[in-house]
Design a protein around this ligand. Sequence first.
Ligand code: FES
Ligand SMILES: [Fe+2]
Length: 461
Amino acid sequence: MKAEQNQLITRIGPGTPCGAVLRHYWQPVALVGEFNPELDPHMALRPVKAVRILGQNLVLFRNQQGQYGLLDRDCPHRGADLSFGRNEGDGLRCPFHGWKFDATGQCIETPAEPAGSTLCKRVKQRNYPLLERSGVLFGWFGPEGSVPPPFPALDCFTAPDSHTFAFKGLWNCNWLQAFEVGIDPAHPSYLHRFFSDESLEESYGRQFRGASVGTVDGQLWPMTKIMREFGQPEISFEPMPYGMRLTALRPMTEALTHVRVTNAIFPHTFVIPLSETMTITQMHVPVDDTHTYWYSIFTSFADAVDRETMRRQRLNAVNLPNYIPKSGKHNQWGFNPWEQNSRTYLGMGEDDINVHDQWAVESMGAIQDRTREHLGSSDKVIMANRRELLKAIETVQAGGTPPGVADPAIAAQRVGPETVDGIAPAGEWTAWWQQAVQAKRQGAPWNASLKLSDETHEASI
Ligand code: FES
Ligand SMILES: [Fe+2]
């Protein structure tokens, strides 16, 4: 790839072509949990957060009615930082000269001005549309005054709160390389390889520790065993209204094939199976060109999610309140050569595979130099996604809309998507995985999206 192309697809600040593409989509801004005083005691006193997203500095606050306001952070008076503002319940007051703003950004007081001044009526700070879904606050950063697109009806947003759990973490790298690890069906056989399997009973909430759907000679197989033993997946992808459906086949015997179906939702979300009944929807939102927050929404198609367990597992790896990983370049991501020698392929722990991906994406450097890489046929999805991104940039530059947004008909098709990790009869894997998906949906206590999902199949096959 040429240096200019790499620049084009990675830089996302205001005024950049790729930034203009990303500004067509709702973006995760914060977890609702970031305002929970049990997780961040400051929030009991002062529910205000500094937020940086797409290279823009913002302030997010909650008023006493429970409404959130997301405003540009520089005070429209003389530019002081509003994230240090006084939250007075009905607005946020700049401590420099006391100008006060409500959740819509309207200035409601300018106390140093002479009595009778109407200056505040003419001052409005830019605010950004916000909505809350599945424990995440999403903002929209399109041109001021334009109408945000409809929100997609993905499973992670249609499942009831009891069946979802959201978490996040910071990676010190560009958003695109962060996303590209998630749409790379070859890497789990290597990066996440464990030399031995654990009891399936201990697998709750842990990626690859559960069993694949189906059996071999009546035995359940942990995903770790399949990933370890079959390292040359046959990878294919098909275009979908939301992006791409990815299929990785690992032929196991004459009679059996392992099928893993995952999804790339344009521009930066993947959906993968965590277990037979749970999926992970992970978004990669740029903080700026060299930092990215991943947001994961875990969605259960069976029992309510055990949030306490899920949260405890993940809080081990980050420091609050900003979800900064405890491992990173500063401590070699916890690298242990003895572990690499005897227990895992990478040597960075067996409890949380997220740090494996973090190493992969951060060790490339803040923005991967794609002029130096050599792609193989197992990188075909990465290549297809970059082509799609370049095309979307051209489309937006020509005044058009990028894939999967703005048209309500298309937004309504952005449902599901389907995922599976299972062992299928070799000749019938296509029908097999679709049946597995149907069974999973029928078993879900919140079966609302089944019909829409069927329509997606029809539209795409
Ligand atoms: S800079 Fe904020 S009130 Fe003056
Ligand atoms: Fe991974």
